[in-house]
Ligand binder design. Structure first.
Ligand SMILES: C[S@@+](CC[C@H](N)C(=O)[O-])C[C@H]1O[C@@H](n2cnc3c(N)ncnc32)[C@H](O)[C@@H]1O
Length: 351
């Protein structure tokens, strides 16, 4: 290239992204990039690309410039499609997330961070008996939203989803029934938390002037599983003066002991959220199948069936925990599993 300082047009050669050979095509690509800079679409592309536009190039797999609708910042990372309406991911990261299972155990960096922030204020994040890591939530949020979009968690706990929103530059909104957990959320994030009962989700969102949600993700109480935990878990937590369940409030759906009633109330909360989700937006519910007194209750499957009355069930991503102690269930008589996987059920509100 004689007259240009750098390449402006790339294509794919044997799975590697490389500059095309023709200088004429680079000049054309530079002009196309200049025109994109002035178009509406510019505002929808990742901020990182906008901020570093002088280093962005155009891309087409076969090097056909008239069909080029992707851009690249770093050829190693792959290309970002200008037609991407869902998120800010490049093709490589998009594909990586679509694997139907993943292994994730709580990250010590997340635990350390939540401990430091809460201890300073005389609170204890460990009090909550069932949290997940913001790092795990970040991956979901990055796949199902673009920056600045609105993410809602109706069962916020101590705010892992909302912390992930801060980290990824999304607007987080949550509802949590336990005031003590709301206080912890307020220490951890600048996202909005509503102290209230998600059974009143419609009223609460209206009251707080939320009329559109881009993406909803949450992990509800797994029925009354915590009220039934005996043995090591409750002994250790009691000895440390930590909560064994979420609360003793009647409104806490983790205190409903009848399965059918629990399933119906939980389903209705997610069905109520439907009208707030934008057309084309997604709902992810992280939940488990359970056992009670030796009987199997397929909570994840039952919930999926109920929510299909409004949402399209896309499928699931299975979350596996690997660093969990196993108990000798069933031994030596028959099969009873140690359930160490969760269903991340993925629903869509069709356009
Ligand atoms: C599995 S935990 C969520 C944990 C959260 N994902 C985190 O990482 O911190 C479920 C939460 O739902 C809350 N909850 C139970 N019933 C509720 C209700 N009716 N409305 C709002 N929150 C409720 C519980 O207090 C508990 O914190």
């Amino acid at each position: 290239m004689k007259s240009l300082k750098r390449p402006y047009f790339y294509y794919s050669d044997k799975r590697k992204i490389v500059p095309v050979a023709s200088e004429e095509l680079h000049i054309q690509a530079r002009d196309i990039l200049r025109s994109i800079r002035r178009k509406k679409i510019f505002k929808t592309i990742p901020k990182e690309y906008q901020d570093d536009w002088k280093n962005v190039s155009l891309f087409h797999t076969k090097g056909e410039i008239e069909k080029a609708d992707s851009i690249i910042l770093d050829p190693e990372r792959g290309s970002y499609s200008l037609r991407n309406k869902l998120n800010h991911l490049e093709g490589k990261s998009w594909t990586k997330f679509t694997k139907s299972w993943f292994v994730f155990d709580a990250l010590s960096k997340d635990l350390k961070e939540e401990k430091e922030i809460t201890t300073k204020a005389g609170l204890n994040a460990e009090e909550h008996p069932a949290t997940y890591s913001p790092s795990m939530m970040e991956d979901f949020i990055k796949f199902f939203t673009k920056e600045n979009e609105i993410v809602f968690d109706p069962f916020s706990g101590i705010g892992s989803t909302l912390v992930a929103c801060d980290r990824t530059n999304r607007t987080g909104i949550g509802i949590e029934i336990n005031k003590k957990y709301c206080q912890i959320i307020k220490l951890r994030t600048k996202s909005k938390v509503i102290h209230g009962d998600s059974k009143n989700v419609k009223k609460l969102l209206k009251k707080h002037k939320v009329d559109k949600i881009d993406f909803c993700i949450s992990s509800p109480p797994y029925w009354d599983i915590l009220n039934r935990s005996t043995g090591k878990f409750s002994k250790i937590r009691s000895s440390k003066n930590l909560d064994i369940n979420y609360s003793s409030f009647e409104e806490d759906i983790g205190n409903i002991s009848d399965y059918k009633e629990f399933l119906s109330i939980l389903s209705n909360i997610y069905l109520d959220i439907f009208s707030f989700i934008k057309p084309g937006g997604y709902l992810v519910v992280i939940v488990k199948n359970l056992k009670k007194s030796g009987k199997h209750y397929p909570l994840a499957w039952d919930l999926a069936k109920n929510l299909e009355t409004k949402y399209s069930l896309k499928d699931e991503k299975i979350w596996c925990q690997d660093k969990v102690g196993l108990a000798p269930f069933g031994y030596p008589f028959g099969w009873t599993s140690n359930i160490v996987h969760h269903y991340c059920l993925i629903f869509k509100k069709d356009e």
